[in-house]
Design a protein. Sequence first.
Length: 492
Amino acid sequence: MNRHIVVLGGGLSGLSSAFHLSRRYPEALITLVEKTHRLGGWVSSERVQVRDGSGHTANILVESGPRTLRPNAKSVLELIHLLGLKTSIITTPVTSSATKNRYLQIPETQGLITLPNTLTSVFSPPMRTMLLPHVLKEPVKRRNRPSGITDESVDSFMTRRFGPIFARTFGSALVHGIYAADSRQLSVRAAFPSLWAMEDRGWGSVVRGALLPDTASPRVDYDVGDIPNMMKNVSVYSFTDGIGTLTGALATRLQNQPNVEILCDTPISSLGVAENGLLEVHLANGQKVNPTHIVSALPLPVLNNLLSPTSSLPHLTANPSSSVVVLNLIFPQTQPRLHPAGFGYLIPRPSSGYTLDNPGILGTVFDSCALSAQDSDAGNFTKMTVMMGGPNPITPSHTDLDAVLKQLSVHLTAPDDFLKVLPDPIYTRTHHHVDCIPTPTPGHLERMEELKVTLAKGVWSGRLEVIGAGVRGVSLGDCVESGKRVGENWIS
Ligand SMILES: Cc1cc2nc3c(=O)[nH]c(=O)nc-3n(C[C@H](O)[C@H](O)[C@H](O)COP(=O)(O)OP(=O)(O)OC[C@H]3O[C@@H](n4cnc5c(N)ncnc54)[C@H](O)[C@@H]3O)c2cc1C
């Protein structure tokens, strides 16, 4: 029988799986089905023309979703090589101020504090008291993982090893920056498996484990050409026209593949296994498809709602997800500059917990500094992105620009150094992303193993694979990797 694979969802995970499947199974027909009119899911890069009061103009890139990639994701380097995107890459070197300077904004205080970027800066205030004692004490602290536990929250892990203040200040801020979630809910093994492994390697100490070599053998089956050479000494990277370059190139390549068909504006209304054993995908336009294999790259709760009762799967609704408000801002250039040189800042969980009292800012990216090569004639402008929501209750103040700008000026006002009042922005755009980042809670990895076992037998018998940000990691690299691995074990 000819293989017909239906890929559900045209975000990066779905695009990556359609691309790799079309290479792995050139004789198969691949149908990619996407609910909306566009491919890319949360990836969305756009260019805007701006003009300041003095008549300066610029063409500026605005990202409403992901904006940076890390060079360690080999699966993305492979896509860049195979899609010929090398000349579009722009990088942030490890020596740049955007890499070296990252900040924290401690709630209820004014201004930013610099995270240490050199050994000596760890010994300077305030890190000398905030960070150093906890890190120095950790290797001599007794092994304290409770026997029998197989997972815990990031907050519980960090509290165990580094103490509660460290866990709240650094752990919660890190989790805000990647998952827009509460570190007390997030699984350490799912989100930061290397921390768990370091604790194992270091006989109970993360710091000792970090100093010992990691002997796990990395996968090597990536066709990356000379791209890794371009990534030497690179901290993060993107493309001249933003992350949309990657999803756009994937979409164009798939559109030109004779064995791939793409159905946009086509919501899936249900799927399952019919009584005669055939797979069935029902589209909202009334069409029914009977493929030989299905790959779901949908958010897990969405997949759960589409499954027919006889084909249901476990654990698809076990995790919550975060909703985020993204505010893109472009200001006219000022003297002194609006913010210090650096990547941006993150805000830890307030000591009194999350409240309704402020606009709920999780952090702000200083885009002009981090990837300035994306914007033409941008020297007269400052671009920032404010991330809000997540575990902070989303309130009307998220759309109250004045309230957000007021809060932002408190963050950017270091005593005497920077502007006291922000100028009026010349461009603002607010995006409400509902349920955009899944929060894998403790036990997630075991639940996903059980899901895999269920998929391999019973009605599905290995004919459905479930991937996407909700399964094996939310980063762009994780999504591309999960698409690459799809169908590796299909034998018929
Ligand atoms: C604001 C934000 C910033 C981020 N920043 C970064 C970053 O800088 N770096 C990084 O590595 N990661 C970042 N991430 C994470 C990363 O962008 C996402 O995890 C990733 O894009 C998810 O891709 P996906 O394909 O798994 O899911 P999605 O993008 O959610 O794709 C799922 C697709 O399924 C479609 N769909 C839904 N229901 C149906 C249906 N019934 N029928 C058909 N189609 C349907 C949707 O329309 C969508 O296109 C960020 C995420 C967000 C939200």
